[in-house]
Design a binder for this molecule. Structure first.
Ligand code: NAI
Ligand code: MG
Length: 360
C-alpha cells in the first residue's frame, strides 16, 4: 500500500528546503521498500493569494482530505501579504479543520550543534513536548463590554473538556511507553489557576493508572521553564495545555541550537484526517533565493511523518542520516552557513540523502 503525501512548499525558503525533504524521503523509501506517492500543490502561498485573492481554493478540504500526510514548508511574505492573512488563511485552517489535536516537537541536541546552554552535549537533551492543540486557554469564548467607557471589561475563558484532555494525555502516555526512559512530565499551575488546572491534574492522575510502566511527575509551569534551562536532562515526554505547550515547544527546541533544524508535527492520531508536518522556522525572506537555507528542519519533518505512518525504522534512518552528516562537521560535510559551514541547501540535502541510502 502506498502513502499519499500532499506537498505544499508555501513561500520563501519553503520552496528551497522542500525538495531536500522529498529527496530524503525518497532515499528512505528506496532503502526500506516503501511506496510514497507525492502530489504537489501551489496554494497556501502568497503568490497564490496575489493571483486568486485567497490563500486556498474553495474546495481545499476535498482536495487534501484524502491524503495520509501534509508535508508543508512555510508560509508568509510580509512585504506582499500581511501575516495575519497568510497564516490564518492557510496553515491555521489545516490545523483546525483536520482536528490535529496533538502538536509534537522533539527537543534533541544533535551532534555538531552547540547548545546555547553551557556544557550540554548530544545525548544530554532528548525529549518531546506534546502540546494540546485545539482548546484550553486558546478559546474564543468571552467578549468585551462597555467598550470605551470607564466600565470597559474584557473576559476570555479557558475551555478544557474531558475528551480534549484525555485524548492528548493518552497520546503522551503512549509515546512515553514506547521510549526507553518511560517518563512523563505534566505542566500544571494548579496553585494559581484554581479550577481548570486542578482538573488537568486529576485527569493526568486518572490516566496514569492505565500506564503503570510510566513514571509520572508534574511541575508548575514557572519552575518547569526554569528546569528546561537548568536540567534539560530530566525530561523525556512533557505534556501541556495549549498555552503552556506553546511556550514550552519554543523553549525546548531553542535549548538545542539553531532554528533551522527544528521540526514539528500537528497530528490527528486516529488518522481520521491527514496530519501536518512542518519545520518550526518560517519563510525567511532575508535569505530566500540564495540556496543557503538549512534543510534539516524539513528533512526531520519527513522522519516524523514516516513514524506517524508506522514506518518507525525508516523514520529513524532519516534522523541517523542527519546525525551522521552533522557529526562529520563543517570540514568534512557541506553544512550550511547557520551551522558554521560553506555548503548550500542542495549540497547538504544531497549529503543527508546519501547517508540515508548508505545506512549507519
Ligand atoms: P523565520 O523563521 O522565517 O526567520 C527567523 C530568522 O531565522 C531569520 O533570520 C532567518 O534567516 C533564520 N532562519 C529561519 N529558517 C532558517 C533556515 N532553515 N536556515 C537558516 N536560517 C533560517 O521567522 P520570521 O522572519 O519571523 O518570519 C518570516 C515569515 O515567515 C513571516 O511571514 C512569518 O509570518 C512566517 N512564519 C511562518 C511560519 C510557518 O509557516 N509555520 C512560522 C514562523 C514564521
Ligand atoms: Mg509558538
Amino acid at each position: 500500500m502506498s502513502q499519499r503525501i500532499a506537498v505544499i512548499p508555501g513561500d520563501g525558503i519553503g520552496n528551497e528546503v522542500m525538495p531536500e525533504g522529498i529527496r530524503a524521503l525518497e532515499a528512505a523509501a528506496r532503502r526500506f521498500d516503501l511506496k510514497l506517492d507525492f502530489r504537489h500543490f501551489d496554494f497556501a502561498s502568497c503568490d497564490y493569494y496575489l493571483d486568486h485573492g485567497r490563500m486556498l481554493p474553495e474546495d481545499w478540504k476535498e482536495q487534501l482530505g484524502g491524503f495520509d500526510g501534509l508535508f508543508f514548508g512555510a508560509v508568509g511574505m510580509p512585504d506582499k501579504v500581511p501575516d495575519h492573512i497568510s497564516l490564518w488563511g492557510s496553515l491555521l485552517q489545516f490545523r483546525r479543520s483536520f482536528d490535529q489535536y496533538v502538536n509534537l516537537r522533539p527537543c534533541r541536541l544533535m551532534p555538531g550543534i552547540r547548545s546555547p546552554l553551557a556544557d550540554r552535549r548530544p545525548g544530554d537533551i532528548d525529549f518531546y513536548v506534546v502540546r494540546e492543540n485545539t482548546e484550553g486557554e486558546y478559546s474564543s469564548v468571552g467578549g468585551r463590554m462597555f467598550e470605551g467607557t470607564e466600565r470597559e471589561v474584557v473576559i476570555q475563558d479557558t475551555v478544557m473538556t474531558r475528551t480534549g484532555i484525555d485524548r492528548v494525555l493518552k497520546y503522551a502516555f503512549e509515546l512515553a511507553e514506547r521510549r526507553p526512559r518511560r517518563k512523563l512530565t505534566s505542566a500544571t499551575k494548579s496553585n494559581g489557576i484554581s479550577i481548570t488546572m486542578p482538573y488537568w491534574d486529576e485527569r493526568v492522575q486518572a490516566m496514569a493508572e492505565h500506564y503503570p510502566n510510566v513514571d509520572v511527575d508534574k511541575f508548575h509551569i514557572d519552575i518547569l521553564t526554569a528546569n528546561f534551562v537548568l536540567h534539560p536532562d530530566w525530561f523525556d515526554v512533557v505534556v501541556a495545555s495549549n498555552l503552556f505547550g506553546d511556550i514550552l515547544s519554543d523553549l525546548g527546541p531553542a535549548c538545542t541550537g539553531t532554528i533551522g533544524v527544528a521540526p514539528s508535527a500537528n497530528i490527528n492520531p486516529e488518522h481520521h484526517f491527514p496530519s501536518l508536518f512542518e519545520p518550526v522556522h518560517g519563510s525567511a525572506p532575508d535569505i530566500h533565493g540564495r540556496n543557503i537555507a538549512n534543510p534539516i528542519g524539513q528533512i526531520w519533518c519527513g522522519a516524523m511523518m514516516l513514524e506517524h505512518f508506522g514506518h518507525e525504522q525508516a523514520g529513524r534512518a532519516i534522523v541517523e542520516g542527519i546525525e551522521a552528516v552533522l557529526a562529520a562537521g563543517p570540514e568534512a560535510a557541506p553544512l550550511t552557513p547557520d551551522l558554521g559551514g560553506k555548503g548550500s541547501t542542495s549540497e547538504l540535502g544531497e549529503a543527508i540523502a546519501a547517508a540515508i541510502r548508505d545506512g549507519g
